[in-house]
Design a protein around this ligand. Structure first.
Ligand code: SF4
Length: 329
C-alpha cells in the first residue's frame, strides 16, 4: 500500500516558533523549546547589521538611503550567498523585540527612507511584534520585505498588516537548478505562489519624491550559464505581473572564494551573456523597471566583520553586531 500523502497542517492564528512551519522547509523545530531549525536559528531575532544603504533600486533609496536590517540565518541557503557570514555562519547578535524596534527608529532618525528587512522569513513572529512596537513609538516609514522568495503564501498573508513593499528575488523556475543550488526542488512552485500572493492588493504607489511606498519589485539574479532560465523567469513576470509590478534584473553574481567546493557557477556573467540578457529584456517588453550594469570584480562583496561591511559610498552603519549603535560620521 503506498504511503499516505503528506498533508501540510493548517496554520492556527498568529505565526509562531512552536513546531516551526514558517517557511516551506516545514521542519517543525521546537524553537520555543531551544531547538534550532534548518535555518539555523532559535526563537530570538539575530541581526548582523543595520545601515543606510545606497545600492538598492533608485525608488527605494532617495537621498537618505534604504534602512537595511540584515538578519542572521536563512531558510534557503544558496550555495553562492554573498552574505554567507550571516546566512550560513550565523554571524550576528541576538536582540529582543524592543531592541529591534529601537534599531528601526534609529534608522528613521538617521534619515532612512524605508525599513528594508533582509532575509527575515525565519523571524516572522518577532518582526510582526517588533514593527508593531516601533510603529507605536513613531515609526512612519514604509517597511520592505527583501527575501529569496522561498516563502509560504500563508505567511505572506500574515505579513500584510506589517509590510508595505515586497522585494522578492525569483531566482529560477527550474526544480533541478533549485535542487542543486538550494536543496529545494520545491523552490519554483513556492516562490511563484508567494510572489503572486504578495502582488494581491499591492498596486504600485509612490510618494511625492517618487519613492515607492507600496507595491512589489520582483528581482531576478541572473545565473551565469543559465540564460534560458532567466528567459523563463522574465516570461513569467511578463505574463503574471507585467504592468502591476517592477522587474529588477541583477547581474552581480560573483563566485565566493569562501564557498569554493559547493556546486555553483564558477565565473561571473560574461559580456556576451549580458548582451543576450539585454535582448531578452527587450523581447519580453517588461516596461518600467531596473537592470544592473555589468560590473566585474569582487571588491564590492561585503565583509560583515568590518564596522562598515560595504564601501563608504554604498552604505553607512547605524547598528553593528559587535559594536551596537554607532554614531554616523
Ligand atoms: S523557518 Fe527555520 S525552523 Fe522554521 S520551518 Fe523554516 S527552516 Fe524550519
Amino acid at each position: 500500500m503506498p504511503p499516505a500523502p503528506f498533508v501540510q497542517p493548517p496554520l492556527s492564528g498568529i505565526p509562531s516558533y512552536e513546531l516551526c512551519q514558517l517557511c516551506p522547509r516545514l521542519c517543525s523545530a521546537q524553537r520555543d523549546a531551544g531547538e534550532r531549525g534548518r535555518c539555523g536559528q532559535g526563537n530570538r531575532m539575530r541581526i548582523g547589521l543595520a545601515s543606510l544603504h545606497f545600492g538598492e533600486e533608485p525608488v527605494l533609496v532617495g537621498k537618505g538611503g534604504s534602512g537595511t536590517i540584515f538578519f542572521s540565518g536563512c531558510t534557503l541557503g544558496c550555495t553562492f550567498c554573498q552574505n554567507h557570514q550571516l546566512s550560513k555562519q550565523g554571524l550576528g547578535r541576538d536582540v529582543d523585540t524592543a531592541e529591534f524596534a529601537s534599531i528601526c527608529l534609529a534608522l528613521q532618525k538617521a534619515g532612512a527612507v524605508n525599513i528594508n528587512l533582509v532575509t527575515g522569513t525565519h523571524f516572522i513572529p518577532g518582526i510582526i511584534e517588533g514593527i508593531g512596537m516601533a510603529r507605536a513609538a513613531g515609526l512612519s516609514l514604509p517597511v520592505l520585505w527583501n527575501s529569496s522568495g522561498y516563502e509560504r503564501a500563508e505567511m505572506i498573508e500574515a505579513l500584510k498588516g506589517t509590510v508595505d513593499v515586497w522585494l522578492p528575488d525569483f531566482k529560477t523556475m527550474d526544480p533541478a537548478t533549485a535542487g542543486r543550488y538550494f536543496l529545494a526542488t520545491d523552490y519554483p512552485e513556492a516562490a511563484a505562489g508567494a510572489i503572486l500572493a504578495m502582488a494581491e492588493g499591492y498596486p504600485l504607489e509612490y510618494d511625492e519624491a517618487g519613492l515607492l511606498r507600496r507595491g512589489l519589485i520582483m528581482r531576478h539574479l541572473v545565473l551565469p550559464g543559465k540564460l534560458e532560465e532567466s528567459g523563463a523567469v522574465l516570461a513569467w513576470f511578463a505574463k503574471h505581473l507585467g504592468g502591476r509590478a517592477l522587474p529588477s534584473i541583477m547581474t552581480q553574481y560573483t563566485p565566493i572564494e569562501a564557498l569554493k567546493g559547493h556546486p555553483a557557477p564558477a565565473c561571473a556573467l560574461s559580456p556576451e551573456e549580458y548582451e543576450r540578457l539585454l535582448s531578452l529584456i527587450d523581447e519580453f517588453e517588461l516596461g518600467e523597471g531596473f537592470y544592473q550594469e555589468l560590473v566585474p570584480g569582487a571588491e564590492w562583496l561585503p565583509d560583515f566583520c568590518r564596522d562598515n561591511p560595504f564601501s563608504a559610498e554604498l552604505a553607512r552603519t547605524v547598528w553593528h553586531h559587535s559594536r551596537g549603535f554607532m554614531a554616523l560620521e
